[in-house]
Design a protein around this ligand. Structure first.
Ligand SMILES: NC(=O)c1ccc[n+]([C@@H]2O[C@H](COP(=O)([O-])OP(=O)(O)OC[C@H]3O[C@@H](n4cnc5c(N)ncnc54)[C@H](OP(=O)(O)O)[C@@H]3O)[C@@H](O)[C@H]2O)c1
Length: 261
């Protein structure tokens, strides 16, 4: 029971990867609060975890007032907040840079970047008061190198890594530390639809040195490790979890040269 008595807030924890994280923290003894915009997903979460130490809120991370109210309710219920997981995020419609609509760019930045900052500031202030806290943000490997068609998403995830460093610089003196993770393609959450198509799974596997997509459990294990006391000296860092995909080129120069011989 690594997280007995700990209070964890997971943005977008009502479904997808966030829900898998919520379940894992609960199994390790934590009290877990989540939010999401879908009323149905909030109700489903409440039903699934009935009788457990959970709170679920219908709230948009891009709405400062709503998130302030959520933080207040979590604090009133459990008097503290130990761990914030900035998980909520959306991906942009695949589009070449010159064709991205302003509205689509704004939508992704408003949620992934502004919403994550709002939540971090609101919960972070509580953590500063308590002189203790751990913040973990879910970035993406495309935040390191970009990806054709994913400009708004890549920018937003890249910014989270810098935000993580900035928090480490500014808030460590208050006992509040931060980390981020940069996953590759995980077999769950926003990829649920994709993984039903073998052609995509094969394509993505070929782009990865370990030749497969990541399992949800593999990501969840990393999050729990980073949130645990064992990782308390890891601060400001973004940990990549992508089977080696970052920086991997499908045809390395050496292979190309050798082919010509
Ligand atoms: N799956 C992957 O392979 C992968 C890889 C790299 C990074 N990630 C990152 O991991 C995180 C979770 O992704 P996922 O795969 O689990 O995606 P998902 O299944 O689409 O889940 C996203 C979650 O975020 C919530 N959300 C979205 N916008 C929100 C908002 N404005 N306010 C509150 N909640 C909001 C959604 O709930 P509502 O729709 O109800 O609001 C949902 O619970 C994201 O940040 C994503 O970028 C995922």
């Amino acid at each position: 029971m690594r997280f007995k008595e700990k209070v964890v807030f997971i943005t977008g924890g009502t479904r997808g990867l966030g829900k898998a994280m919520a379940k894992a923290f609960l199994d390790e003894g934590a009290r877990v609060a989540v939010n999401g915009r879908s009323k149905e997903a909030v109700s489903r979460f409440e039903d699934e975890f009935k009788g457990k130490d959970v709170l679920a809120f219908e709230a948009d991370i891009g709405n400062y007032e709503q998130m302030e109210s959520v933080a207040e309710k979590v604090f009133n219920a459990w008097s503290k907040i130990d761990i914030l997981i900035n998980n909520a995020g959306v991906v942009n419609q695949l589009m070449p840079v010159e064709k991205i609509k302003k509205e689509e760019f704004d939508r992704v930045i408003d949620i992934n970047l502004k919403g994550t900052f709002y939540t971090t500031q609101i919960f972070g202030k509580k953590m500063i008061e308590l002189k203790s806290g751990r913040i973990i943000s879910i970035g993406s490997q495309v935040g390191f190198f970009g990806e054709k068609g994913f400009l708004p998403y890549s920018i937003s995830k890249s910014a989270l890594m810098v935000m993580t460093r900035s928090i480490a610089h500014e808030w460590s003196k208050y006992g509040v530390t931060a980390c981020a993770v940069a996953p590759g393609f995980i077999k769950g959450g926003m990829n649920e639809g994709l993984i039903k198509k073998e052609v995509f799974v094969n394509f993505l596997s070929k782009r990865t040195p370990v030749e497969r997509m990541g399992e949800v459990d593999e990501l969840v294990s990393l999050i729990l490790f980073l949130a645990s006391d064992e990782a308390k000296y890891i601060n400001g860092e973004t940990i990549t979890i992508d089977g080696g995909m970052t920086g991997f080129t499908q045809e390395p120069l050496l292979d190309f040269i050798m082919k010509g011989k």
